[in-house]
Design a protein around this ligand. Structure first.
Ligand code: PLP
Length: 428
C-alpha cells in the first residue's frame, strides 16, 4: 500500500471497495467494545483491593495526632494524608488541603468560589461583564464542562510538544483583563500525553497578565502515572509553586490531584496545594461548606500507600499493566495507517490517553463508523471547548479499560474506520 495522497482515483476506489468489505465483516462480528473513558481496568483496580483490609475492626482508627477518624473534625486533612498528597503534588504538607473523593469537585468548587467571592480580595468574577479562560487544546472535556456550567467563556490555545503554545498564551493573557486563568494538565496531559517543558512552566509563572488575579489551575492528575519504573523512561515537570514564587507571583496557581487512578476512581482522596494566602482563603470558605472530609478514607490511603513512600512501587504495577496496551495501540496505528500517511498520533510515556489526528473533517465520521461496528470511542469534538473541534480531526483513544485481546479487536475496527473515512473524503 502507498500513501493515499499518491494514489490515482481508480486506485483509491479499489482500496475503498476492499476496506468497505473488511468493515462489513467487522460489523457482522457484533462486537461491544469500549475505548471511551480513561477508566482503570479490573486488573488495575485489583492492585488496591488490599487497601480495603487496612482498616479492619481491630485497626487503630486514630490518626497520628490522636484524631479519632471515626468522628467529625479536621477540615484540611489528617497529617499522614497531607504527607501522602504532598508527595503526589510535589509540595510541602503545610500547603496541602486534603479534600473529598474527587479532584474535579475541588476544581469546580475553586472556580465557583472565585465567581462568588473573587480571589484574595478581587471583585467576584461573577459580577464582571465577562470571564474568559484559556483552554489548551486538545484538552480534557470535563474541564471545559466546568467553564461552560459557570458561564466562563473558553478560548482555545494550541498545544505543541512542550505544552500550550506560550507565545499565544502570553499574548492573550497580557491583552485581555477578562482572561482570568488557564487549565493545565502538566504531566502526561489529557489527551496528548505531553509533559510541559521547563521553559513552559517558567513562562506561565512569570508572564504578564492583564488580570492581577489570574489563576493557573494546575491539574496534575497523572503526576505518578508512568508506564516504566525506570526513572530514565519517566517524564518530570518543574514545580509550578517554586516557579511562581521565584517569578514574584506566589499566588498565581492552584495545584489539584487525586488518587482516582492510583486506588479507586470515585473512592479515592483528592487534594489541593497552594500558597499560604490561597490555602487560608480556601479554608475560610470551606469552613462554611464542610466540617471535614472522610478521614477513614484518608487514613486507609495514607497507610496503604505508606504516606507516599509506597507510591512509586504501586504505580509501577499500574504501569506494567498499562504499557502493553499503549504499545499495542501505537503498533496497530503504525502498521495499519503508517504507510497510508493519513493520520498522526502521540506515543506517551505515561497517563491514560493517545491523541489521534485524522484527516480534516473525518473525526465524527470515524467515531460514528466505529460505533456502528460496536466500538465506542470518546465523542469527536470532546477534546475541544463546547465540543467543537473546528477541524473535526481529533479523537481521544483511551486504551486502559479493555483487556488486551479486546483492545486488539477494537483497534482493528478503529483503523479500518479511519481508512474508510479517509478514502471517502479523498474521493468526495
Ligand atoms: N483531571 C484530569 C486531567 C483527568 O483526566 C481526570 C479523569 O480522567 C480527572 C481530573 C478526574 O479526576 P478525579 O477523579 O479526581 O475527579
Amino acid at each position: 500500500m502507498a500513501r493515499y495522497a499518491d494514489l490515482t482515483t481508480a486506485e483509491l476506489e479499489e482500496e475503498l471497495a476492499q476496506v468497505r468489505e473488511r468493515y462489513s465483516e467487522m460489523q457482522a462480528r457484533g462486537l461491544a467494545l469500549n475505548m471511551a473513558r480513561g477508566k482503570p481496568s479490573a486488573a488495575q483496580l485489583e492492585l488496591s483491593l488490599p487497601m480495603l483490609d487496612v482498616l479492619d475492626s481491630s485497626a487503630n482508627l486514630s490518626a497520628e495526632d490522636g484524631t479519632d477518624c471515626r468522628n467529625y473534625g479536621v477540615l484540611d486533612g489528617i497529617p499522614e494524608a497531607k504527607r501522602l498528597m504532598a508527595t503526589l503534588l510535589d509540595d510541602a504538607p503545610d500547603n496541602v488541603i486534603v479534600l473529598g473523593n474527587a479532584s474535579l469537585t475541588a476544581m469546580y468548587d475553586a472556580m465557583a468560589r472565585y465567581m462568588m467571592f473573587g480571589a484574595l480580595g478581587s471583585e467576584p468574577w461573577g459580577k464582571l461583564d465577562a470571564v474568559k479562560w484559556l483552554c489548551p487544546v486538545p484538552g480534557y472535556d470535563r474541564h471545559f464542562t466546568i467553564c461552560e456550567a459557570l458561564g466562563i467563556q473558553m478560548i482555545p490555545v494550541p498545544m505543541d510538544e512542550n505544552g500550550p503554545v506560550m507565545d499565544e498564551v502570553e499574548r492573550l493573557a497580557a491583552e485581555d483583563a477578562a482572561i482570568k486563568g488557564i487549565w493545565c494538565v502538566p504531566k502526561y496531559s489529557n489527551p496528548s500525553g505531553v509533559t510541559y517543558s521547563d521553559e513552559t512552566v517558567h513562562r506561565l509563572a512569570a508572564m504578564d497578565c492583564a488580570a492581577p488575579d489570574f489563576r493557573i489551575f494546575w491539574d496534575n492528575a497523572y503526576a505518578a502515572h508512568h508506564f516504566s519504573d525506570d526513572p530514565a523512561e519517566q517524564d518530570t515537570v518543574l514545580d509550578i509553586a517554586a516557579a511562581c514564587a521565584e517569578a514574584g507571583n506566589p499566588d498565581r496557581y492552584l495545584k489539584f490531584g487525586s488518587t482516582s487512578k492510583i486506588t479507586f476512581p470515585g473512592a479515592g482522596v483528592a487534594a489541593v496545594a497552594a500558597s499560604p494566602a490561597n490555602v487560608a482563603e480556601v479554608k475560610r470558605h470551606m469552613n462554611a461548606q464542610a466540617i471535614g472530609h472522610d478521614k477513614l478514607n484518608q487514613l486507609r490511603h495514607a497507610r496503604f500507600l505508606k504516606e507516599g513512600a509506597g507510591l512509586a512501587e504501586h504505580m509501577a504495577a499500574h504501569g506494567a499493566l498499562m504499557k502493553p496496551k499503549f504499545d499495542l495501540v501505537v503498533e496497530k496505528l503504525e502498521s495499519e495507517l503508517g504507510e497510508a500517511a493519513i493520520a498522526t498520533w502521540t506515543s506517551p510515556r505515561g497517563g491514560y490517553f493517545v491523541s489521534f489526528e485524522g484527516p480534516e473533517g473525518t473525526a465524527s465520521r470515524i467515531v460514528g463508523l466505529a460505533r456502528e461496528a460496536g466500538v465506542t470511542m470518546t465523542g469527536a469534538g470532546a477534546t475541544w471547548p463546547y465540543g467543537d473541534d473546528p477541524a473535526d480531526s481529533n479523537i481521544r483513544i483511551a486504551p486502559s479499560l479493555p483487556p488486551l485481546d479486546e483492545l486488539d479487536a477494537a483497534m482493528d475496527v478503529f483503523c479500518c474506520c479511519v481508512k474508510l473515512a479517509a478514502l471517502e473524503k479523498l474521493l468526495e
